[in-house]
Write a protein that binds this ligand. Structure first.
Ligand code: ADP
Ligand code: MG
Length: 224
């Protein structure tokens, strides 16, 4: 019962489109859950509702027992910065900042002085296999390295939950595999829950369990 994040009966419509038709899902601390399903089935919408990026039309989202979907945008934005980490498919690093400052950014936005934030950020480079990459600009990194920098940035503020939407979508298979293994290991090591949207079964294979979304509903009666 140590669910860190719970979504209950989540409904989200866009005009006539029912993107989510009443989804229940939960993730425990240290657990990695893959969300799979065809394009347009509602995976990203589910992630956005759980992460407080979108407000569901109905249903509830609870983080560590506290209801978060009814919070205003300012509180939800603060929550996203302090309690959640995000890894997207690509284009998430600021190109003009060195890698270490990209990682330090969430801390600096939270008021941590720059030198201290960068020191904390650097601690992530070794464990993620990014030694000597600290001062490179994102344009000087490979796709896999850039994703590992994004993973460091997602974890640097010790989030309760990490959300990843197609984190390996822009990588070749081998790099995607390595990136996913690091994402799962690093997130577990930090005791956070992980929710990964992917359509790659190999990527999902790194997670503890997989839930299938079909037309905005969880398919297969899987405990979610
Ligand atoms: P997936 O991530 O599984 O590919 P999405 O969650 O992005 O699916 O989309 C689910 C459905 O909701 C699709 O029919 C999509 O076209 C629609 N949808 C998603 N976001 C929006 C939006 N911002 N405005 C209108 N329709 C949207
Ligand atoms: Mg999507």
């Amino acid at each position: 019962m140590n669910d860190v994040l719970v979504g209950r009966a989540l409904v989200k419509r866009f005009g006539q489109t029912v993107a989510l038709g009443g989804v229940d899902i939960a993730v425990r601390a240290g657990e990695a859950v893959a969300i799979m399903g065809p394009s347009g089935s509602g995976k990203s919408t589910l992630l956005h509702c759980l992460a407080g990026i979108m407000k569901p039309d109905a249903g509830e989202v609870h983080l560590l027992g506290q209801r978060i979907d009814t919070m205003g945008e300012r509180k939800r934005s603060e929550l996203r910065r302090t309690r959640f980490g995000f890894v997207f498919q690509f284009g998430q690093l600021l190109p003009e900042l060195p890698a270490e400052e990209n990682v330090a950014l969430p801390l600096m936005l939270g008021g941590v002085p720059r030198s201290q934030a960068v020191r904390q950020a650097r601690e992530w480079f070794g464990p993620l296999g990014l030694q000597t990459m600290e001062t490179r600009r994102p344009g000087e990194l490979s796709g896999g390295q850039a994703q590992r920098v994004a993973i460091a940035r997602a974890l640097v503020s010790k989030p309760a939950v990490v959300f990843a939407d197609e984190p390996t979508g822009a990588l070749d298979q081998r790099t995607g595999h390595d990136t996913m293994r690091l994402l799962v290991e690093a997130t577990k090591h930090n005791g956070a829950g992980l929710i990964v949207v992917t359509h790659d079964p190999n990527v999902a294979g790194w997670c503890d369990r997989t839930v299938e979304v079909r037309d905005g509903l969880l398919a297969g009666g899987v405990r979610a």
